[in-house]
Design a binder for this molecule. Structure first.
Ligand code: UDP
Length: 316
């Protein structure tokens, strides 16, 4: 199998590559513009003869011909900044990577049998009024707010994908990824798990935005990857998006206290202003994923956090 991973130097992308390169019959090609991904994440594969990396931006129109010439069988699209800290500072680039990026990828697979998994996000549900969030929920997104570059960018990408499916019958499987964490997260990306672990390891203040009573549900990256590969290998063509996540829901306050305690840190918990449009309650309904490809997340929060702390300790 010749497999292209766009955004393969990022957190989820590089974990996926790690699984895919192990099969020597696979040939893995990574495209990444290294805006939020890092070459360090794919360094360990550079000597494998079944791995190639190209620094390339999928928003560049020339990528269409570039991908066509690669003659791949499968594409996993993970090319998009995903941390609020980053996309709030780079909104235009974020919107472009979602919308122009997917337009180029769709053009490159039009008229072929290439299978593509596109990573969308729980952010398409916005500050959800339905709980837990099922795939049928249309969302509650502020279309002109500071998060819109990401939320609306991902929603526009989904709409374009289903237009290409209806018009050109391309095989694209859309997954909506809920909060995922694990090794190879960027320690500076400002997300809850990476921030709290780094702050606790350094005995710095642990920063909680708002009351800390907002919730997230955390999925360990191995479970997310497992789902993606199973979905790619399934013969079922995807008729609509599928949630992938772990419904294990926690408050931000709990996560802060848990990580501080596990690390044995002397950090103080420090409350700051809430982020604009920060979703209040997020929990996926994963019935569709379970029934569609017989998948269920199996790494507990406790084990996942332990592995993630170890990674950050060793790579500090
Ligand atoms: N958060 C926080 N302190 C931090 C980082 C994040 O309180 O240092 C909160 C953030 O406001 C949100 C939740 O943790 O309510 C998850 O944020 P994250 O940036 O990880 O991703 P999101 O789920 O918002 O995309």
């Amino acid at each position: 199998m010749k497999i292209l991973v766009t955004g393969g130097a990022g957190f989820i992308g590089s974990n996926l590559v790690s699984k895919l390169v192990k099969n020597r019959e696979n040939q893995i090609i990574v495209l990444d513009n290294l805006s939020t991904g890092a070459e360090k994440n794919i360094q360990e594969f550079q000597d494998n003869d079944n791995f190639q990396f190209f620094k390339y931006d999928i928003t560049d129109y020339s990528v269409i011909d570039f991908i066509k010439k690669l003659n791949v069988d499968e594409i996993y699209n993970l090319a998009c900044p995903a941390s609020p800290k980053y996309y709030l500072n780079h909104p235009i680039e974020t919107w472009e990577s979602s919308v122009l990026g997917i337009r180029n990828l769709l053009e490159s697979i039009k008229g072929t049998k290439i299978k593509m998994i596109h990573s969308s996000t729980s952010e398409v549900y916005g500050d959800a009024l339905e709980y837990p969030q099922t795939e049928k929920y249309w969302g509650n997104v502020n279309p002109i707010g500071v998060r819109a570059c990401y939320d609306e960018g991902k929603r526009a990408a989904e709409s374009l994908i289903y237009d290409y499916i209806r018009q050109y019958n391309v095989d694209v499987r859309v997954i909506r990824i809920f909060n995922t964490y694990g090794p190879k997260m960027n320690p500076l990306d400002g997300r809850i798990i990476s921030n709290f672990i780094m702050q606790a390891l350094n005995n710095d203040d642990i920063t909680i935005y708002g009351t800390g009573e907002q919730t997230r549900s955390f999925c360990f990256v191995d479970d997310t990857i497992d789902f993606m590969v199973k979905l790619m290998n399934s013969n079922n063509r995807n008729d609509s998006p599928i949630n992938v996540g772990n419904p294990y829901e926690l408050t931000v306050n709990y996560v802060a206290k848990y990580i501080k305690e596990k690390i044995g840190s002397s950090s103080q918990i420090f409350y700051l202003n809430a982020m604009s449009d920060d979703p209040v309650k997020r929990k996926p309904n994963i019935d569709k994923a379970k029934s569609y490809i017989d998948w269920t997340p199996c790494v507990s929060f406790e084990n996942g956090i332990k592995l993630t702390i170890e990674y950050f300790r060793n790579n500090k």
